[in-house]
Design a protein around this ligand. Structure first.
Ligand code: SF4
Length: 185
């Protein structure tokens, strides 16, 4: 992992517990895919070998919310489906994050109808909005990395603290960016 090159001759390093815990947390985001439509296909592509979400430790898709800490809403949410989305979110343990992937999840997209929720953030807190129809896998990865950067910066999560959504927006682009991008501070 490269850490051995940084070890001094004595063979030990000192650090803060906060850094180690946050390093482990940001390197093991477990997504709960709430994929309801075509954006879900792009989400699958993100986890496949070409884009390899595993490089960021976030490839372990969990289909039990109790084992997940990153909900990815990918696709339109029908009003009928909304209680399921909310229940799934509630069943995820804290600390947890939410990515709204694509125009439909964030705004209802082209489905301006009474049957489609016009933005899942009206009902669950959203940390990162990834624009596009659908967003490219690189953009979704940027969204995951935005949460990683936040975890790197923050202290230890307060027990039972109030959930404040980050409200970050990923810049829309159709240009693939070289991956991986270095985690900044
Ligand atoms: S944003 Fe576009 S690609 Fe994604 S679910 Fe909606 S219509 Fe499909």
């Amino acid at each position: 992992m490269g850490i051995e090159a940084a070890l001094p001759a004595e063979g030990f390093v000192t650090t803060q517990l906060r850094h180690v815990i946050n390093w482990a947390r940001r390197s093991s985001l477990w997504p709960m895919p709430f994929a309801t439509a075509c954006c879900g296909i792009e989400l699958m592509a993100t986890a496949c070998s070409r884009y390899d979400l595993a490089r960021f430790g976030a490839e372990v898709m969990r289909f039990s919310p109790r084992q997940a800490d990153l909900m990815i809403v990918a696709g339109r949410i029908a009003v009928k489906m909304l209680p399921v989305l909310q229940r799934t979110y509630e069943q995820m343990p804290e600390p947890k994050w939410v990515i709204s992937m694509g125009a439909c999840a964030s705004t209802g997209g082209v489905f301006d109808t009474y049957a489609v929720v016009q933005g899942c953030d009206q009902f669950i807190p959203v940390d990162v909005y990834v624009p596009g129809c659908p967003p490219r896998p690189e953009q979704l990865i940027e969204g995951v990395m935005a949460i990683q950067r936040h975890i790197d910066r923050e202290g230890l999560p307060p027990p039972g603290g109030k959930r404040v959504p980050l409200g970050l927006v990923i810049e829309p682009t159709h240009i693939p960016r070289p991956q991986p991008v270095t985690l900044g501070r």
